[in-house]
Design a protein around this ligand. Structure first.
Ligand code: SF4
Length: 184
């Protein structure tokens, strides 16, 4: 029996909603699992970042680059993956987190930790340790690392995800629809 391909997924500056389309693969997941195994995924298993294997065949990345941790993870995973899919509108274009680019990082931090109506922070404490620093602006994944395929959608349709991943695993031509890419 041929060795199965290794798939990994990761979420960066997104809402994790794109991963629901992977969870919604339903019976298509069985077709994928005939050809591949999930080696790493924040929704499927508890794997430490330093345990990510070095030989990922297909890496599916949700979300853009919002903070230093996003960038460092993207760079680390790119080195370990042969094929990287920029997955979902946030990864492709910045998406909803990209609206943060309408404000400075200082304004965003003040709004989050001090000014928002639901915040009670009389001493105006802004955490500086153990919190990843924001980058100056949200960037699409492709501005931080090389990507091999971009699949927009918020979230991408699960049937399209299945088609693309299966085509990739079978070495077939990949075709991305030009309309109706979103699941809902
Ligand atoms: Fe969430 Fe939509 Fe961004 Fe995916 S593209 S992470 S569903 S906001």
């Amino acid at each position: 029996m041929a060795e199965k391909a290794k798939i990994a997924t990761m979420w960066l500056g997104g809402c994790s909603g794109c991963h629901l389309s992977i969870a919604d693969l339903h019976e298509s997941l069985l077709d994928v699992l005939e050809l591949a195994e999930f080696e790493f995924s924040p929704v499927l298993m508890d794997v430490k970042y330093d345990e990510v294997p070095d030989d990922i065949d297909v890496l599916i990345v949700e979300g853009g680059i919002r903070n230093e941790e996003n960038r460092e993870l993207a760079e680390m995973l790119r080195e370990k993956a042969k094929f990287v899919i920029s997955y979902g509108t946030c990864a492709a274009y910045g998406g909803i987190p990209g609206l943060g680019n309408l404000s400075t990082t200082e304004e965003l931090i003040e709004e989050a930790y001090i000014n928002s109506p639901s915040t009670y922070n009389d001493e105006g404490v802004i955490p500086s340790e153990d919190v990843p620093h924001l980058e100056s602006r949200v960037r699409p994944l492709a501005e931080a690392i090389d990507v091999d395929l971009t699949l927009p959608g918020c979230p991408p349709r699960s049937d399209v995800v299945a088609e693309i991943v299966l085509a990739l695993l079978k070495g077939e031509e990949i075709s991305i629809p030009t309309t109706n890419l979103c699941e809902v």
